[in-house]
Design a protein around this ligand. Structure first.
Ligand SMILES: Nc1ncnc2c1ncn2[C@@H]1O[C@H](COP(=O)(O)OP(=O)(O)OP(=O)(O)O)[C@@H](O)[C@H]1O
Length: 644
């Protein structure tokens, strides 16, 4: 596979080039937005899952509308009965039928509306879940480059817009659409000429609607993007409040926020202007249509072609259309907003791994997959220098490979790419026979603990794990502290009343999560870096158990950790400098050997020097001058650049 496809093979657009917020500040690359046809297909596909419910709902609504449409002819019949002096009995019977039809219509319309809302809300809930799932699974670089508020605004603002449209206008517009169709049919039954007269308003409706839709899609899309961009500015300012205060750049940030708010407000004003013009056109169309029906009715009555009751029924029918047509067209506003929201949600779901290509399947394969890295280069967006340059290596299936090298040599960057977090600018990474994406698991030293119990934190990795499995994983990960009396799976972690865990314990928990998730490929970035010497030994043993039977890559800060691995890769300045087994690398007397002898106080390789006897020497510390075999300084801890 060549360089990464940022957008999958589904037909989705990156937000249009006419990005209105390209004004005050270049905004981050946006998450994709699905095209209208892709959005339609997705909605149809999702509704098809509820085919029976949908059919039943439409039938109930149709029956309700049909019942309502019996009222104009019944009223017309009352008029004729009065004109013909048919007697009180007939008029009373017609009145009773009118009341009955109205009650049946109201009951069925209410029931159909409730059924429709519940159906749409269920479908929306499924979509929302998929969006969350896709967002959580997005590579960090996609999220970083699109700005976190983009995702946030999609799962809040967009879902809200759709939800409002679904419960507010959708039942009404479905009823309105049915009413329009049945009313025109009713008019045609009364007299086709009356129906034709009513239809003269259609060209005006058509013109106004097309004009409105053509512009409003763009305007509403712009509004949502501008709001998301404004949100991003606020989030960034809150996150960086300390820095902003330290550098006294509050004014700059406030100006930027004001600029973005101004842009959003301007575009919202455009939206209001657009709507007002549209409503003006609708009123004009209704005036023309009713005038045409009344004039035609008057002419036909004059010729004796219809009765007064029929003319009355026709006028009432047409008048009944005002409401539904107006409602349908004015609801286009909400529908348009909801459609824009849907396109943005479908755009995110299309980024889910299932849409990006087949996941690597290890089913049926006895060995965990090998990882092949070919000519991989990577540069961070804001950095001038490449973090990785043309790196190629192979991790055989089931092997454990250590990455070592000076601080900043690219170990963490390579680890992230190997774990599928971010994609190389050039070159490719394959896992087994599969593409770049696959079931890989990354553990960094920054293990996140969520509020909740120990069991909750473990079940993140395997939601259906039994208590027995959780305890077994903890035991195997060396987390004996968790099994002590008074602790246990229900111990609450974090918070004022919760159990505080030290760094080593948190690492145990991370390893237990790996055992539960049981991934075929595991990438561990500095897994024991934060632990003290005693717990380091326990963690080291646990690490050996965790890496067993999987393909593992470990960013090894301590050389004794690297020594335990099947293969060692030394990076220098973003390039692969040395690789081999511990013994082979010592024999070659290169940089690795130099670091090792410095650490253990053993022989000094030719041309090298070392400071002997550091306990716990960091494999990356001290080697700040790429290419030199300078001995490491005493261990000063782990690399400091943790901005990944
Ligand atoms: N988020 C980032 N943005 C820009 N540059 C970065 C970022 N993260 C790392 N770098 C740069 O990329 C290069 C490789 O960094 P990386 O963290 O991969 O090295 P490392 O060998 O893991 O270092 P350490 O042992 O200190 O963690 C360094 O020059 C670093 O400054």
């Amino acid at each position: 596979m060549s360089s990464p496809a940022t957008v999958p093979e589904t037909d989705i657009d990156i937000a249009p080039g006419t990005d209105p917020d390209a004004g005050p500040d270049p905004t981050p690359r946006r998450l994709p937005v699905a095209t209208p046809s892709r959005t339609r297909r997705e909605i149809v596909r999702r509704l098809a899952h509820h085919r029976e419910r949908l059919t039943l709902t439409l039938l109930v609504l149709l029956a309700g509308t049909a019942a309502a449409l019996t009222t104009p002819p019944l009223l017309g019949a009352v008029v004729d009965a009065v004109v013909d002096q048919s007697g009180r009995g007939r008029i009373t019977a017609l009145g009773g039928a009118l009341v009955g039809a109205s009650l049946v219509s109201a009951a069925l319309t209410y029931l159909g509306g409730r059924m429709l809302v519940s159906l749409v809300q269920d479908t929306l809930a499924e979509l929302r879940e998929d969006v969350f799932e896709a967002a959580v699974g997005l590579p960090a670089d996609t999220l970083e480059s699109s700005g976190s508020s983009d995702v946030v605004s999609r799962v809040t603002g967009d879902v809200e817009a759709i939800s409002e449209a679904a419960s507010g206008v959708l039942p009404d517009i479905t009823g309105a659409a049915l009413t329009i169709v049945l009313t025109v049919a009713g008019l045609a039954v009364l007299d086709p000429r009356l129906a034709l007269a009513g239809l003269v308003c259609l060209p005006l409706h058509w013109y106004a609607t097309r004009r409105f839709l053509a512009r409003s899609h763009q305007v509403y899309g712009d509004i949502r993007r501008l709001e998301s961009s404004r949100g991003q500015t606020v989030i960034e300012a809150v996150r960086g409040a300390e820095t902003i205060r330290a550098y006294r750049t509050q004014d700059t940030h406030l100006t930027e926020l004001a600029d973005r708010s101004e842009l959003a407000i301007d575009r919202q004003r455009d939206g209001v202007r657009l709507r007002n013009r549209f409503y003006g056109w609708l009123n004009a169309a209704e005036f023309v249509g009713l005038a045409a029906v009344l004039a035609t009715g008057y002419a036909l009555l004059g010729q004796g072609a219809i009765t007064l009751g029929t003319a009355t029924a026709a006028a009432l029918y047409f008048h009944r259309l005002f409401g539904p047509i107006g409602l349908l067209l004015t609801s286009l506003d909400d529908i348009q907003r909801a459609t824009v929201g849907l396109a943005r949600l479908v755009g995110v779901t299309d980024l889910a791994p299932s849409h990006l290509g087949p996941a690597v399947s290890t089913a049926g394969s006895p060995l965990p997959p090998a990882i092949t890295v070919t000519g991989v280069s990577y540069t961070y967006g804001n950095a001038g220098r490449a973090a990785l340059r043309d790196v190629s290596l192979t991790v055989p299936g089931g092997a454990t490979v250590a990455l070592v090298g000076a601080s900043g040599s690219g170990k963490s960057t390579l680890a992230r790419l190997l774990a599928g977090v971010g994609r190389p600018d050039r070159g490719e990474i394959t896992v087994g026979d599969g593409p770049e994406r696959g079931p890989r698991y990354l553990v960094t030293q920054e293990v996140h603990l969520f509020g909740g119990t120990l069991a909750d934190n473990l079940r993140l990795a395997k939601p259906d794990a039994t208590d027995g499995e959780l305890l077994a994983a903890l035991r195997e990960a060396g987390a004996d502290w968790a099994l002590e009396p008074g602790r246990g799976l229900e111990a609450v972690l974090g918070g004022p009343d919760g159990t505080a865990l030290d760094d080593g314990s948190v690492q145990h928990l991370a390893l237990a999560r790996v055992l539960l998730a049981d991934p075929p490929v595991l990438v561990l970035d500095e897994p024991t870096a934060e632990s003290g010497p005693a717990s380091r030994a326990v963690l080291g043993a646990a690490l050996a158990r965790v890496t067993r039977d999987r393909t593992s890559v470990i960013v090894a800060h301590r050389l004794e950790q690297a020594r335990e691995c099947d293969h060692i890769v030394l990076l220098r300045d973003g390039q692969l400098a040395e690789e081999g087994t511990h013994e082979a690398l010592l024999a070659s007397a290169g940089e690795y050997a130099s670091l090792w002898w410095a650490y253990t106080g053993g022989p000094v390789p030719a041309g090298g020097r070392h400071t002997a006897g550091h306990s716990g020497t960091d494999a990356s510390a001290g080697a700040q001058h790429p290419g030199t075999h300078a001995a490491p300084e005493p261990n000063t801890g782990v690399g400091t650049d943790k901005e990944h």
